[in-house]
Design a protein around this ligand. Sequence first.
Ligand SMILES: [Zn+2]
Length: 492
Amino acid sequence: MIRRLRPVALAIVCLLLATVAVAAPVRPRLVVLISIDQFRADYLARSSDLFLPPQDSKGVGGFRWLMERGAYHTDAHHDHYPLFTGPGHSIHFTGAPPYKTGIVGNEWFDREMNAVRYCVQDSKSPLVGAPDPDGKRGISPVTLRTSTVGDELKMATGGQGKVWGLALKDRAGVLMAGHLADGVLWFDEETGAWISSRFYFKSGQLPDWVVSWNAAKKIDPFFGKTWDLSVPPAALKRLWTPHNEFANPRPGLGKAFPHPVTGGLDRPGKAFYAAFESTPYANEYVLETAEELIRREKLGQDAIPDILAINLSTNDYIGHSFGPDSPEVLDVTAQTDRQLSRFFRFLGKAVPGGLRNVTIVLTADHGVAPMVEEMAEAGLPTAGGYQEKALTDAVKAALDKAFGPGDWLKALSEFNLYLDVDALRQKGIEPAKAEEIAAETLRRQPGIYAAYTRGQIVEGRVPDTDIGHRVMLGFHPKVSGDVVIVLDPYTV
Ligand SMILES: [Zn+2]
């Protein structure tokens, strides 16, 4: 399970409207939203000396071009809880927190399905481009309860504005692009191909250009390359954990530079694609694919605005493997800067009128806490890892004690505890009473900061703190659980 605690995001909006003294806003031909997964706001300040200048004789830079020539929001935060990839990406293009979107986690217990479901799971939308005969791997935005900016653009232009999503992670692309998008492409770790679902491609066929792009197997030449440190070794002096003692890299990559990119295989295969995803080469590939998408789908070519939403998932994979204070995260941050610069220069050439007709938004879905082992070694007040089994065992024991033996729990999914409300009612037990007992039990467990009941949240009886507000903004009455857990700081 993936957990994110640090509630920091950043948003840079580059509105190149003011190059001349024009009072009226220029309608962009193309809006490109780039969400960098797990990209903490402090990475920009920490690494800015490693970035390209805002502009030079060859063209625009990367982050510094946005930071110094655009609108740079240094105090922009996601204000919901929990801070995961699904909820984060559902917000970028809806502006709506989970209490409206219903995307309360990467997964949750679905009462109708009577099972834990993935946030973009949809058996009615089987995969396209990968085997999925019974729809078990199906994906769509069916759970997203609001429209996106892309949906509104479609409705406002008679469907003429084009809307696309592109990401290694299906949930990132799907939740940004929305319900009316022309297409969303994501990465199949089994084959290294871009795939989608019948939600977007009802014929069951990917566009011809995607088929050709996949057939060209552009990833395979990366097999056997190494990921080397691209910044001066002296740059590592700023790091808290330069030696990766607790690194947990993907297969074959190794704990320290240089990282061989083979997945431990002797020819490209699943483990290689998983390793590849966790190197800066993958961001390069995503942005190259974005260029092909813009060319082939003719985005930004006419006066009707188009939208492309991109997630760079790799920064998150690397952060999980090596921790936020590692040489690898510093290096991928610096490499992302150069890759973005190349991409922006491409946009300047591809869109008639150049970058003044492109609106670029750069943001992140959440931050990250240091690795638990690093925090413990450093002496930070961590209670360690989230112990789901111990928590559910404690709640079960308390409910059995109060109501007699029974299957009172449905699930603990991420930070939502779900009671079997029907079973409680059948025994004449008020669910609110069970909520209280469960929450009180959870509050006494190590690593738990707070446990709020459904009753507390829907009636607004949570503390008037930022955490209380985050929990309320992250709670959807039809989707969320009966008790919501908040962990102690530095506990993940
Ligand atoms: Zn994420």
